[in-house]
Design a protein around this ligand. Structure first.
Ligand code: ZN
Length: 172
């Protein structure tokens, strides 16, 4: 098991034959396609992958990647922290054709040559795991879809702007 920065390029079949486990962290900035969907590039993704050969001789990669990213809250348009997590259960295939013969329990990973770049594989799964819309769990902006009770309760709280107006009035 190796810990620390993840290798950029790997030979997944070789790693599978050696039953290597890769664990480490990568900065979000190393995943530019993922960052396009995010509010910023702040944060890191923790990765834990086990390479192996199954009983049928299929080289596999299993494990998970997770992290915390910032997406724009669709209510207040400020960054909101969103937990992302992707699971991997990949079967390595040499071609599209070979991928069709993989057991359905595996997601095919087509590796035509020897080496692949590891991060794009992880990045792609994380992109698929992103929520379509992000919201603060406790957003300060209420939508009109909120239930009536919650809206009523909110109206009882002093509005910061009316408090400010009151202060100004008092100072006159
Ligand atoms: Zn918000």
């Amino acid at each position: 098991m190796s810990n620390g920065p993840l290798p950029i390029r790997v030979d997944p079949r070789k790693l599978a034959e050696r039953a290597v486990r890769l664990s480490g962290e990568t900065a979000l900035g190393n995943m530019p396609n993922l960052c396009q969907a995010l509010a910023d590039k702040e944060g890191a993704i923790t990765v834990d992958l086990q390479f192996d050969v199954d009983q049928q001789g299929i080289r596999t990669i299993s494990g998970e990647a997770h992290g915390s990213v910032n997406m724009i809250c669709q209510r207040c348009l400020e960054p909101a922290s969103v937990a992302v997590e992707a699971e991997f259960n990949l079967g390595i295939a040499a071609s599209e054709e070979a991928a069709k013969n993989l057991p359905r329990s595996y997601d095919p990973l087509i590796v035509e040559g020897e080496e692949i770049e590891l991060l794009p594989v992880i990045e792609e799964e994380l992109i698929l795991s992103l929520p379509y819309d992000a919201y603060h769990e406790d957003c300060s902006v209420q939508t009109s879809f909120g239930d009536a009770e919650a809206v009523a309760e909110d109206n009882e709280k002093p509005n910061p702007f009316s408090v400010l107006a009151q202060l100004k009035a008092d100072n006159k």
